[in-house]
Design a protein around this ligand. Structure first.
Ligand SMILES: C[S@@+](CC[C@H](N)C(=O)[O-])C[C@H]1O[C@@H](n2cnc3c(N)ncnc32)[C@H](O)[C@@H]1O
Length: 288
């Protein structure tokens, strides 16, 4: 049954079209939390909305309402408990691995599971793959699980809470020695890997373009692949990020050839999180 149907006779008829058609569930069959966006018109009914979600999903123990967008460098959400018990820490299961996290302390989006699998499926045995802005480790763990032949996966994260969960997630998924969590700023920690990586993943749409130099620097001397995430409005879709990346690469003595792009998820009305896959090579003197 849909949430809207569950609220028939509870929420006034004229407000029913405003009931969200989807919401995030993070966790497992044993225990999960739901995160829902409640429009201002439905605020007086937030408890009823929360209760309806609890009735529809027996594994959901807590329902949180989003209080605005993600904030700060750590990209976390402010949340309000609207139904259930104040559970914030869960273990999320996707594609054969488990991710422990606290929804109030770290960034995590279950909607990006398909993108994580797509990236992981591109990785070849023997590669060293750096995951910048690694959060609790979902990209790094997806890569190491799907491609057991991967050599090393350095994963850099600034938020100490997310870093601690990443350490735990590496243990839970038995990936010690493959995924190497690193606490700190990409600007300071990435240069330690200069010339070491075959591939770099940059999942920070708010600002990854400020770290292109760091990504290119860690690639092996012959170049490699970079997966670059960016927010783009409908009217500039698949143009702005490509231009930004290509121009920056060229200014640093590289040529970036786009191998693909896709929408990862909607971000705001008519704004999307997109990804570009680039093959980056150092420019040969006189060849361009
Ligand atoms: C959009 S979240 C993505 C997290 C993770 N990759 C995921 O998909 O769940 C971006 C992450 O980058 C981290 N971050 C932001 N600026 C950073 C920086 N300069 N160096 C390292 N991590 C940073 C934030 O704390 C946040 O966890």
């Amino acid at each position: 049954m849909k949430l809207r149907d569950a609220l028939r006779g509870i929420v006034p008829k004229e407000l029913l079209p405003l009931v969200p058609s989807s919401f995030e569930i993070i966790g497992s069959r044993e225990a999960a939390v739901a995160i829902v966006e409640v429009p201002p018109e439905l605020e007086p009914y937030e408890e009823e909305i929360g209760d309806a979600i609890l009735r529809l999903h027996r594994n959901v123990k807590a329902v949180y309402r989003k209080l605005g967008g993600r904030i700060g460098e750590y990209r976390v959400r402010r949340l309000k408990l609207i139904a259930g018990e104040p559970l914030t820490e869960v273990v999320h299961k996707e594609h054969g691995y488990r991710l422990k996290l606290d929804v109030t302390k770290v960034y995590f989006s279950p909607r990006e599971a398909t993108e994580r699998q797509r990236i992981a499926s591109l990785v070849a045995p023997g590669e060293c793959v750096m995951v910048m802005f690694a959060g609790i480790g979902p990209y790094a763990i997806a890569i190491a699980k799907k491609q057991p032949g991967v050599a090393r996966v350095p994963a850099i994260e600034l938020n100490p809470a997310a870093y601690c969960y990443m350490l735990e997630n590496v243990e839970i998924n038995r990936l010690r020695g493959k995924v190497e969590p690193i606490l700190g700023d990409v600007r300071e920690r990435a240069p330690e890997w200069t010339g070491c990586c075959d591939r770099v993943v940059m999942p920070l749409p708010k600002g990854a373009h400020h770290f292109i130099a760091e990504a290119l620097r860690v690639l092996k001397p012959g170049g490699g692949r970079v997966h670059f995430y960016h927010w783009e409005a409908e009217e500039e879709l698949f143009t702005k990020g490509r231009r930004l990346f290509e121009e920056k690469a060229r200014s640093l003595g590289y040529v970036a050839v786009e191998e693909g792009h896709r929408i990862v998820s909607p971000y705001a009305p008519r704004v999307y999180k997109v990804v570009y896959d680039f093959h980056v090579k150092p420019l040969k003197r006189g060849s361009y």
